[in-house]
Ligand binder design. Structure first.
Ligand SMILES: C[S@@+](CC[C@H](N)C(=O)[O-])C[C@H]1O[C@@H](n2cnc3c(N)ncnc32)[C@H](O)[C@@H]1O
Length: 302
């Protein structure tokens, strides 16, 4: 990731949530504030980028006279896990809160709007957002520009997690190690090395009370099998490489339970594309389908 610049993928995922909220019906996830954090120039530059990708990779569609919206919608299809993971997380967080969780740590928050959308939780949930300093500064500026007020239960923790452990970062925040917490780690694992993944899990485990939970999304390691790259996969990988955030990591679903157990976690759920389809994509007429290689996982600290 470019040190001095806000994460391009964080802006792109917010754009997708905003686009879906505006255009899709029924909605997989309703992020009513993502659009407020984007300026017209962010939107224009992302749309130019997406349309250039369509022109390059789908020349027939580009030449077919399909309108701009259709072409942008097509470009976004491969990113649909962005919506499913946000929905999965907020549903599981609500369940964890019913079981007593009162702190929520968002690792690599990007332009996540949960705390802004849920002022009703300000007395019941402490929210801690950890993100790269450049991305977090960008987000705080956009919250101000939009005339929004961060609620008092939202705590920002700028940090480069390549240089600092999660435990060190949390020690600077009101995080309470003695009480169960809920953590999300969305859209991040695919950009980290194996060592960084393990270090983050270990660090999270070291500061968490038993019963704390972590949700994350991951790519099936098979996607890195270069013997048979699908065109959709090749397009996505090239796109993220072009913006300086290459995808490099995946778990093997068959080994996930054992790998998490080694770090002190019990796997509670691992939703592959079929399970996601059942949960979030039924009765759609717009053809949206789960991202074929993306999983949604939930684990408990033991
Ligand atoms: C693809 S975005 C996902 C954002 C958000 N969670 C979502 O689902 O839309 C990846 C996020 O990880 C953050 N990130 C990447 N490398 C990081 C690092 N070394 N330290 C802290 N945050 C990092 C980026 O700033 C960005 O916000």
């Amino acid at each position: 990731m470019d040190e001095g610049r806000a994460s391009r993928t964080a802006i792109a995922t917010a754009y997708f949530r905003a686009h879906h909220c505006k255009h899709a019906n029924p909605k997989i996830f309703e992020d009513s504030l993502a659009g407020a954090l984007l300026r017209a120039d962010d939107v224009a530059s992302l749309e130019r980028f997406l349309l250039a990708g369509v022109a390059k990779h789908n020349p027939e569609l580009a030449a077919s006279g399909a309108d701009r919206e259709t072409r942008i919608g097509l470009a976004l299809r491969g990113l649909v896990v962005v919506l499913a993971r946000a929905r999965f997380t907020e549903e599981r967080l609500a369940e964890a809160m019913r079981d007593g969780a009162a702190q929520y740590v968002i690792i690599g928050a990007g332009l996540d709007t949960f705390a802004l959308r849920r002022p009703d939780l300000r007395e019941r949930l402490r929210v801690i957002e950890i993100d790269h300093p450049a991305t977090q500064a960008f987000k705080r500026g956009r919250i101000r520009d939009a005339g929004l007020e961060p609620p008092p239960n939202l705590h920002f923790a700028p940090a480069d997690l390549e240089r600092e452990s999660l435990a060190e970062v949390l020690s600077r925040t009101p995080f309470d190690r003695s009480r169960p917490a809920f953590f999300s780690w969305l859209g991040v694992t695919m950009y980290l090395t194996d060592a960084a993944i393990r270090a983050t899990l270990r660090s999270l485990r070291s500061v968490s009370a038993a019963g704390s939970q972590l949700v994350f999304d991951y790519l099936d390691r098979a996607v890195f099998d270069t013997a048979d790259p699908s065109p959709a996969r090749a397009r996505l990988f090239e796109t993220v490489r072009r913006v300086g955030e290459p995808m490099i990591f995946g778990f093997d679903p068959a080994a996930l339970e054992a790998e998490l157990a080694e770090e002190g976690f019990r796997l509670l759920e691992d939703l592959g594309p079929e399970a996601q389809s059942e949960l979030y994509y039924r009765n759609r007429t717009d053809g949206l389908q789960p991202t074929a290689t993306a999983h949604l996982a939930r684990a408990a600290v033991v």
